[in-house]
Design a protein around this ligand. Sequence first.
Ligand code: TPP
Ligand code: MG
Length: 540
Amino acid sequence: MTAPVSSPATDAAVRLLTGLVERGVTDIVLSPGSRSQALALAATALARSGSVRVHVRIDERVAGFTALGLGRESGAPAALICTSGTAGYLPAVMEAFHAGVPLILLTADRPPELRGVGANQATIQPGMFRPWARLSVDAPVPGDAEPAVFAALAADAVAAAVGAAGEGLEGVAGPAHLNLPTREPLSGAVPDPLCASRGALPPSAPAQPLRIAAGPRTVVVAGADAGPDAARIAREAGWPLIAEVVSGARSGDPHVVPAYRDRLRDAALAGRIQRVVVFGHPTLSREVAALLRRTDLDIVAVRRGGERLNPSGTAVDARAVEVEPGPEDPEWLAAWTAPLVRGAAPAVDSGPVERAVVDRGALVRAVWAAGRPVDRLLFGSSRIVRVADQLLEGRDVRVHANRGLAGIDGTIATGIGIALAAEAGEAPGAGGTTRVLLGDLSLLHDVGSLLLPADEPAPRIQVIVGNDGGGTIFDGLEVAGTAPSADLDRAFYTPQSVALEPLAAAYGWTFVRAGTVAELERALAAEVTGPQLIEVPLAR
Ligand SMILES: Cc1ncc(C[n+]2csc(CCOP(=O)(O)OP(=O)(O)O)c2C)c(N)n1
Ligand SMILES: [Mg+2]
């Protein structure tokens, strides 16, 4: 090994990454490549000094969702580093935009003179995430600008990602993109040791609360990523709280409406609603979707992501709400939260029996019940999360779900990111487990995420797959009643019979198949020391 000489690329990378750490970035997810070498070597040097955590993922799509999971759980943007000419981050960028998750993208690029001339591994990168990015900068080539420029860019990227700045979206987090062209030499000597002092994130711009009167008969809807304000406002004003299972607000709070779909279908009750205050992004029920389309109500939507929620065309877009003092209406609250007289029989599946084969109801109940305050639960996008939304009662569980776009992509990677962030933030010995509950196609879509570097700590994660041999969510589509069943199977259900046990073994994950409720409960209660796949066979 010959001693490297200095290079403007490395000077810039050091200024940029130390700048990120000084502004509160704690995690970097990097994927290997040549053009990004200065960034990669500065990152690994910072990790060696304990200034930042670095996670290496060969697949940029996996890296993107890992960073998304880190940001979801910690609230701090994780920084992604990749080489030139890769498209892998786009799915995570889009999800981060729609769900309001902070994320920083550092994409290495060719210098301007090598763009548009057919150079190897080069594409049109400046602004490549523009519709979704809160900041898109094509940085100067190191050497053409003072190194201080790169520290300033770091500050700008963090501020944009956490929503401390940015065109009308103040207070809403999202992706920020720095495109980073470099010339040869692509890297040079990195200071050793390379340390940066961890700073605090800039405060998110103060959200101007919309003041609303206490009077009108109001329901609060908490969708995905609703945040704590949904439950707080419902409590303060004495309003019923319709909390999706992914909202984080379906707790034991007495304002939470049990069996909310049944109540919303009660035309007499729903007809009395005068106002809806929505937090986050509700996506799980037709009933809430219908409610939000109504034009005879006042709708206030407190936005968490980059796009406003306005299916009725009449909703008021807000960042926060504040309720003016006024009398409560206990009768209104009781109409929503009192036990249902006609018996809230679950619409799907039957309840668990100790020796019984696991059905979807038993699966979601067991996973929900296993959650302790130190644990995290990520729901994948499939039929299972809808069953969970329908069946599960209030419980204090820290939940996540990628409902920004409700993709089946990146679920395992997101869960690993959540686990890494949760473990970094937990008290020593707390031993929290992150659980991911998803369908079989969602698992297979993201199977590359099972690949974890041998030299990095393995997260304590249980990936629980409800295996019904394909995408059974489509069995509920209206077209399933009319189109030829062979075509439906081929184009929608997409049957699969992948052997999951050897798949887990190939990636070094422990494996459990849980066919009965008792086996499932045992697997969920066992101590988790590393990554584990739990297969739960389900009938179609
Ligand atoms: C990236 C992406 N592609 C396609 C879809 C459409 N889609 C929704 S659910 C689903 C199948 C899910 O199957 P599985 O994970 O097995 O869950 P199940 O419904 O069977 O429980 C697909 C393809 C999507 N949500 N995201
Ligand atoms: Mg399935």
